[in-house]
Ligand binder design. Structure first.
Ligand code: MG
Length: 252
């Protein structure tokens, strides 16, 4: 069943999402050559403590970080640690916060200094794919419309969408119904209704869509070792028009 949030629940969702966006933006600004992924994660953990909120990821299924930090050919679920970030890297940061019992979830891929042309284009297409997915997340549309929109933008640019991981409903729990694949048929899947809160999160690859999980049982990497990018917003399906982005710093 897909939860429809009440007005009061939405007020709390807005708080969680706004703080989630704020800490993600602050963290993105810390991504510079020479910093380790562990130091970035510690920065986020400290900011969450200062803001009086908790990571939605820490301890989730045993995940050891406060955030997920995935580099270059890593797609998602990178574990923060001793790895040093270099100029030219793509750094995908995924961050979820629990506030007032609700969760905001968002992700961004940061280009460190000057990146190669293909990586830059991958990021621009990832952003466009997310925007297309959000535009398709309208009341009366179906979940398949979101995935179709993401897939169309991505594949038109010559890139691929990851099949093994997908977006999701989000609210009291990090993963609620429905699952939101980044591919699909228009007009298929559950119908979207006002009050649904969804994490839409294209994960797109330069090469093959196929991925593998590293022996640490978390980190997902592209099978061909080409690069990947990840963008995510938590959005609210409204009465009319595109979904409202909740994970923005200026959210109401
Ligand atoms: Mg998510």
């Amino acid at each position: 069943m897909i939860p429809i949030k009440t007005r009061a629940e939405l007020a709390s969702m807005r708080v969680a999402c706004r703080l989630s966006a704020q800490v993600l933006a602050e963290m993105a600004a810390q991504v510079v050559p020479g910093i380790t992924t562990g130091e970035l994660d510690e920065f986020a953990a400290r900011r969450m403590r200062e803001l009086g909120v908790k990571s939605a990821f820490f301890g989730y299924g045993g995940f050891p970080g406060h955030t997920c930090i995935s580099l270059n050919d890593e797609v998602v679920h990178g574990i923060p640690g001793r790895r040093v970030i270099n100029a030219g890297d793509l750094v995908s940061v995924d961050l979820g916060i629990v506030a007032e019992g609700f969760i905001g979830d968002n992700a961004i891929t940061v280009r460190v200094g000057a990146v190669d042309e293909e990586s830059d284009r991958l990021c621009r297409v990832g952003e466009a794919a997310l925007a297309a997915g959000i535009a398709a997340a309208q009341a009366g549309n179906r979940v398949g419309d979101i995935g179709h929109a993401v897939q169309a933008v991505t594949e038109a640019a010559g890139f691929s969408v990851v099949r093994d991981f997908c977006g999701h409903g989000v609210g009291r729990k990090l993963h609620e119904d429905p699952q939101i694949p980044n591919y699909g048929e228009p007009g298929r899947g559950p119908r979207l209704q006002p009050g649904m809160t969804l994490a839409i999160e294209p994960m797109i690859n330069s090469g093959t869509w196929q991925v593998e999980v590293l022996p640490n049982r978390w980190t997902v990497r592209t099978r061909d070792r080409r690069r990947s990018a990840h963008y995510e917003h938590t959005v609210l399906v409204v009465e009319q028009g595109p979904a409202e982005i909740l994970t923005c710093v200026a959210a109401k």
